[in-house]
Write a protein that binds this ligand. Structure first.
Ligand SMILES: *Cc1c(COP(=O)(O)O)cnc(C)c1O
Length: 497
């Protein structure tokens, strides 16, 4: 029932977004939860992905609604048009690019976080304390000191830019916050391998350093940064009047899952007085995986690390985390206290502002979805799931190697497998066209979502098993279908390159 109140001097009723009928909303909410549980429970029985029919695409062209509509109708439309056509990354046979596969507890947490609606820009309230607790847990998982600082951000790209921004400011040689990059006497140089994720390019561009400030160092056969080439590049740059500032190590490259020698990079950075940043969006959390943690030894020596809970912790999007060893340098990069955000001795504004550690002012309650899932399963299980995906990567590799029509294109290190279908007599552009066609048919038939890439000049199909629902039988099916589709396409004619 709507209560009509007279606004002072007028007859306009006051309104709110709260429901008129709380019981009706309760019933519908129960229905939504029931449907959501079923959606996840039966995920394996549905296609991984399906292209949208025109009727569904037209749904997204409906005009800006002016008048109200019943929530039940809106939900029905969403169920029919949106929930029915997902990207597919929660499906057990989704292995494209590099995603997490989410989890139900995290989804409940996202709901509760939105219900509470707190702003994590800071303040003296429970969500802000939990945010810091989750940052502390991230430090602990990676072996970072308690004195380090950190911040939860939208994802790995933002986490990397946080780390690189602190590096830039500390190494600029001037007060770069006040004076800007144009005032730097010597231009800065950052280094990473030629396998570096594209977000680093965006970062150096946004930081005003320019793409040329980021030198891509060649990689060895295992796709790890070539340390001699790195040393040479640093020496060249010093001689040419640049200021070498930061080396970015990658713990798990996006192409092949290669992990740079982090211990050697830490040493080199110390010798050369460089900031040592690790892009650990894929691999930082291997620290919690008992069988594989040795692969990322040295990550605890970094000055900053970017990690991605929405990848190997399967946190629903979005959740990234930046950790910075030098908490003071971290805060000094971002903190600004405007007059309307002064702290008070008691009350709501008496705790540290969390927006002082990044670019956002308003921040969502990302911590809860990480926190609840970690509490529910325990960190040991997350570690085992990482080991499981790495073992599955090697299992798939063995299947590829056992099959004469398939060829491994890059060495498998962790959970990313690069392979191609290669019948006799097909090469170059037609080989690429053939494999692209296999990939597209796997997607279109709803069997599996894989992606492709080019490694050291060789095009290949790429399977990234960052998925807690994948089973060995799913990988067996992928190999069977690759071979079946490959044979079929060769028989009917490879599409033109
Ligand atoms: C995914 C990824 C990123 C970017 O992280 P987002 O969460 O997608 O922003 C950066 N580096 C590597 C190595 C990645 O795999």
């Amino acid at each position: 029932m709507t209560t009509l109140r007279k606004a002072p001097g007028g007859a306009i009723p006051e309104e709110t977004l709260d429901p008129d009928d709380w019981t009706g909303v309760q019933d519908l909410s129960h229905q939504i939860i029931d449907d959501a549980v079923g959606y996840l429970r039966d995920i394996r029985d549905r296609p991984v992905w399906q292209d949208m029919p025109e009727t569904v695409k037209a749904f997204f062209e409906t005009p800006l609604p002016q008048a109200p509509a019943p929530l039940a109708d809106i939900y029905r439309d969403v169920a029919e048009n949106v929930m029915s056509h997902p990207m597919g990354n929660i499906h057990p046979r989704f292995w494209s690019w590099y995603m997490g596969s989410s989890n139900f507890t995290g989804a409940l947490a996202d709901f509760l976080a939105a219900i509470q609606g707190s702003n994590l820009g800071g303040g003296n309230h429970a969500a802000a304390y939990m945010d810091q607790q989750v940052v502390n847990w991230c430090k602990e998982m990676l072996g970072f000191p308690e004195t380090a600082s950190g911040t939860l951000v939208s994802g790995g790209s933002m986490a990397n830019i946080i780390g690189l921004a602190v590096a830039r400011n500390l190494k600029a040689g001037i007060d770069v916050r006040e004076l800007g990059v144009a005032a730097m006497v010597k231009p800065l140089r950052f280094y990473g391998s030629d396998q570096l994720h594209s977000c680093h390019r965006k970062a150096v561009e946004a930081l005003g350093l320019g793409n040329l400030a980021l030198r891509r160092i060649p990689t060895d056969q295992e796709l790890r940064i070539d340390l001699d080439a790195l040393r040479t590049a640093i020496a060249e740059d010093r001689a040419a009047g640049f200021r070498p500032a930061c080396v970015i190590g990658t713990a798990g490259t996006v192409n092949t899952g290669a992990i740079d020698d982090l211990q050697a990079l830490a040493e080199l950075a110390a010798q050369e007085d460089l900031w040592f940043h690790v892009d650990g969006c894929i691999g930082a959390l291997i620290t919690i995986a008992p069988e594989n943690s040795y692969r990322v030894a040295g990550i605890e020596l970094a000055d900053s690390v970017a990690l991605d809970p929405h990848k190997w912790l399967h946190t629903p999007f979005e959740a990234g985390c930046a950790l910075i060893r030098d908490a003071a340098a971290h805060r000094a990069t971002f903190a600004v206290t405007p007059e309307y955000l002064e702290m008070t001795p008691r009350g709501l504004a008496s705790a540290h502002w969390l927006h002082d550690f990044g670019l956002q002012t308003t921040r969502g309650f990302r911590a809860l979805k990480i926190w609840m899932a970690l509490k529910e399963h325990g960190v040991e299980k997350f570690g085992r799931l990482i080991d499981q995906n790495i073992a599955q990567g090697h299992y798939l590799t063995a299947l590829v190697e056992a099959e004469p029509l398939l060829e491994l294109v890059a060495p498998t290190n962790i959970n990313i497998v690069c392979y191609r279908y290669r019948p006799d007599g097909i090469d170059g552009d037609s080989l690429k066209a053939l494999n692209t066609e296999i990939m597209l048919r796997l997607q279109e038939e709803g069997t599996a979502a894989i992606s492709d890439t080019t490694v050291h000049g060789q095009h290949c199909l790429r399977v990234a098993i960052n998925n807690h629902r994948t089973r060995h039988e799913d990988l067996d099916l992928l190999i069977r279908e690759t071979i079946r589709l490959g044979g079929e396409i060769v028989k009917t004619g490879v599409p033109p390159a």
